[in-house]
Ligand binder design. Structure first.
Ligand code: SAM
Length: 236
C-alpha cells in the first residue's frame, strides 16, 4: 500500500476528468525548453502562481530582475529556501510595480487561475508597463477551452472545489482581445505532438512586437492563422 506521501497528486474536474498536473516539475529546475523561452524576455518579470519559484530562481541567476507571487504558504516557503523573492499574495491583491512589469508569466496551466482567463489577463494587462507582455502557457490547438470546477486530490484527501479554466491556442486571440491584448506570437516545444507544450505571447494592442521572437529552440507555428488568430506569427 502507498503511504500518503507517495500517493499521486491529481487535478480533477467535477465531471471526473483529470487535467494535466505535474507537481514534480514545479520543484525541479527550469528545464531546457523553459530556459530557452525565458532567455530573451524583458524584465522585470512577475511570475504569477510561481509555486516553489523555479522560474524566478532561474531568471535571477541570469541577471533578470524577477519576483513571484503565490498565496500558498508551502510554495512560498520552498521558493524562499531557493532564494527566490516571492510575495505570499493572490494576483488579485495589491502588488508592487503595478503598471511597470516587463513580462508577466502564466506557466503550467496558470491561465486557469480564478476560472476566467479574460479576467485574469485583464489583471495581468494592468500589471504591465507600456511595452510589457504576458507569456502564457496554452493548451494545444484543437483542444476545447473550458471553465470548470476542480479539486486537488491525493489518495483519499482532497481540497474543496475551486474555479479553474483552460485556454487553447485556437481561442487565444479572441480571449486576448476581450482582455485588451493581442497575441503576438505562439510557439511550441519540439518533440512528439502528444508531449508538446504551447506558449503564447500577449501584448498591448499595436505593441512593439511584430514577430514571434521566442527562441528557435522552440518552433513557431505558422498555421496559427487557420486557428482564428488575428495577429501575425512568423517562424522564429
Ligand atoms: C501549477 S502551480 C504552479 C507552477 C509554477 N508556475 C511552475 O511552473 O513551476 C499553480 C500555482 O498557482 C497558485 N495560485 C492559485 N491561485 C492563485 C492566485 N489567485 N494568485 C496567484 N497564484 C495562485 C497556486 O498556489 C500554485 O502554486
Amino acid at each position: 500500500m502507498r503511504s500518503p506521501a507517495e500517493e499521486e497528486i491529481q487535478l480533477r474536474t467535477r465531471d471526473g476528468q483529470l487535467l494535466p498536473f505535474e507537481p514534480s516539475r514545479w520543484s525541479a529546475r527550469a528545464n531546457e525548453d523553459e530556459r530557452a523561452l525565458l532567455a530573451d524576455i524583458e524584465g522585470p518579470v512577475l511570475d504569477v502562481g510561481c509555486g516553489p519559484g523555479r522560474l524566478v530562481a532561474h531568471l535571477l541567476m541570469n541577471g533578470i530582475t524577477a519576483m513571484g507571487v503565490d498565496p500558498a504558504p508551502g510554495a512560498v516557503a520552498l521558493a524562499r529556501e531557493r532564494g527566490a523573492p516571492v510575495l505570499q499574495r493572490a494576483v488579485w491583491e495589491r502588488l508592487p510595480g503595478e503598471g511597470r512589469w516587463g513580462t508577466v508569466l502564466l506557466f503550467d496551466g496558470n491561465v486557469g487561475i480564478g476560472g476566467d482567463p479574460v479576467v485574469l489577463l485583464r489583471r495581468c494587462a494592468a500589471l504591465l508597463g507600456a511595452r510589457g507582455r504576458v507569456l502564457v502557457e496554452l493548451d494545444a490547438p484543437g483542444t476545447v477551452s473550458r471553465h470548470v470546477e476542480v479539486r486537488i486530490e491525493r489518495g483519499e484527501a482532497y481540497t474543496p472545489w475551486f474555479p479553474w479554466a483552460t485556454l487553447s491556442v485556437g481561442d487565444a486571440a479572441a480571449v486576448a482581445a476581450r482582455a485588451g491584448l493581442e497575441v503576438t506570437g505562439v510557439c511550441h516545444t519540439a518533440g512528439p505532438e502528444r508531449s508538446r507544450r504551447w506558449f503564447g505571447l500577449f501584448g498591448g494592442p499595436g505593441g512593439c512586437m511584430q514577430r514571434c521572437d521566442l527562441r528557435p529552440a522552440l518552433t513557431a507555428w505558422p498555421a496559427l492563422a487557420v486557428e482564428r488568430a488575428r495577429s501575425p506569427v512568423v517562424a522564429g
